[in-house]
Design a protein around this ligand. Structure first.
Ligand code: IMP
Length: 429
């Protein structure tokens, strides 16, 4: 019998489902925390003992001293962000030896961030993606066009010098000829990068082998997805997506673990829907209700501070995400935000020029023509932020949870009823 114990935690909407909090709750039983895709575009908020910490790059498990935290090969790592986040944590006495960085992860260089901004500006009105400006897309482009710098290049000054010389030549052609910018002087890029390499080198390790050993020894490994299924580069609302594989399958390319290592997929679903940046969002609510969700849910981007677009639960979208991720169990977050909202709307299908559509379309451009068809469920006014057990919840809140379980054919194992670690109903996740 297999003694494997590998959980994968993924978002089911457009990100910001509250994954950081769920990781944090599971944390005390986890031995190894892993991030495997994306970069500092993520913003995982953890509130512990009333103190709020936001991680952009490091795994949320960093708050548990002594555990192993891994940044896998699928990540794009901004060295400045890495050093800021580790510096801040370790100055508070965190055990340094427990963080391992893959030599195969790619480096987000300053020119990636510059390109991200220039590309967004040049896209013009109606074509912008609304990126976080963290250089994610341009860095993944370089990875796939094989002109990227990996962490293993960054920590070797000779290789860094050699590769950066011709990479920068090409980038400078783009900056000067396409965008009319000044070229970047080599030394201004090389010198800081060399120092970042020096500072990161002690953390670099063969993360694939570390994880292989941990899995084979039956350690509890938690693969911590960033962003979410509907932002997936292949399966999301392209081109309004991020540049990595955010649904379950990305966990394998991003770590070197194999699909049969996985024992469980936890899908994180927010009790309503939000989206940051551009792109289709059928259940977006432009009325007072959307405003209330934003205010009560504190729906402002953890990375960019942008107000999030808010709306109701979208069942066809969630069914699609649940299938994509192969979810075994749902962690339902922010149920308390629906308190006092009156009737709760849930989109069960779409109306496309009089035609009823019940499933998520392959061509997501047509979503802008879809009108959501809502079912109305009764809401509740009682404060649920102190509820510790499912039975403590008001009847209508319980029905809402059961409704989600039924339509998604997946049990809800955890319910968030407030921002703090303790404000959680654990039904045995
Ligand atoms: P990028 O990842 O910065 O390239 O941005 C691409 C799209 O993904 C934009 O719409 C961003 O707002 C969105 N996005 C990226 N990271 C996150 C996240 O962690 N939460 C929510 N949306 C995100």
């Amino acid at each position: 019998m297999s003694n494997k114990n590998v959980d994968l935690l993924v978002g089911a909407q457009w990100g910001d489902e509250g994954k950081g909090k769920v990781v944090d709750i599971l944390g005390s039983e986890v031995d190894v925390f892993v991030r495997y895709q994306g970069g500092a575009n993520a913003g995982h908020t953890v509130v512990a003992d009333g103190q709020k910490v936001v991680f952009h790059l490091l795994p949320s498990g960093m708050l548990y001293p002594g555990k192993l935290c891994v940044l896998g090969n699928g990540l794009v790592i901004d060295p400045e962000q890495f050093l800021n986040e580790t510096g801040e944590l370790f100055s508070k006495g965190q055990d340094k030896a427990r963080l391992a960085v893959s030599p195969h992860a790619h480096v987000v260089m300053p020119y990636h961030k510059m390109l991200d901004k220039l590309q967004e500006e040049s896209r013009g009105k109606g074509r912008k993606i609304g990126t976080t400006g963290r250089g994610i897309g341009p860095c993944y482009v370089d990875k796939y066009s094989r002109s990227g710098l990996r962490i293993e290049d960054l920590i070797n000054p000779d290789v860094l010098r050699e590769r950066l010389t011709y990479i920068l030549e090409e980038k400078n052609q783009i900056f000067t000829k396409l965008y009319g910018q000044k070229p970047l002087p080599f030394d201004e890029v090389f010198e800081p990068a060399r120092k970042w390499g020096e500072a990161i080198a002690p953390y670099v390790d063969d993360t694939r082998a570390l994880l292989r050993r941990a899995v084979d020894e039956g350690k509890h490994v938690l693969l911590e997805g960033a962003q979410a299924a509907l932002l997936d580069i292949d399966h999301g609302t392209y081109p309004y997506v991020t540049s990595s594989s955010t649904s379950a399958s990305g966990a394998f390319t991003g770590t070197g673990l194999a699909p049969n290592d996985l024992t469980r997929v936890i899908s994180v679903v927010k009790a309503y829907t939000t989206r940051v940046g551009e792109g289709p969002f059928p259940t977006e609510d432009f009325t007072e209700a959307g405003e209330t969700l934003r205010k009560n849910g504190g729906e402002f981007g953890a990375t960019t501070g942008r107000p999030r677009r808010c709306g109701w639960l979208d069942v066809p979208a969630l069914k699609y995400a649940t299938e994509l991720n192969g979810a075994n169990v749902i962690a339902l977050t922010k149920l308390d935000v629906l308190t006092g909202m009156g009737d709760i709307k849930v989109c069960t299908s779409y109306d496309r020029n009089g035609e009823k559509v019940t499933s998520w379309p392959t061509d997501t451009r047509v979503l802008s023509e879809f009108k959501p068809v809502y079912e109305t469920l009764p809401g509740w006014d009682e404060d649920i932020t102190e509820c510790k057990n499912f039975d403590d919840l008001p009847e209508n809140a319980k029905s809402y949870v059961r409704y989600i379980e039924e339509v998604l054919h997946t049990p809800v194992g955890l319910i968030g009823v407030g921002p703090d670690r303790n404000q959680t109903i654990n039904r045995g996740i």
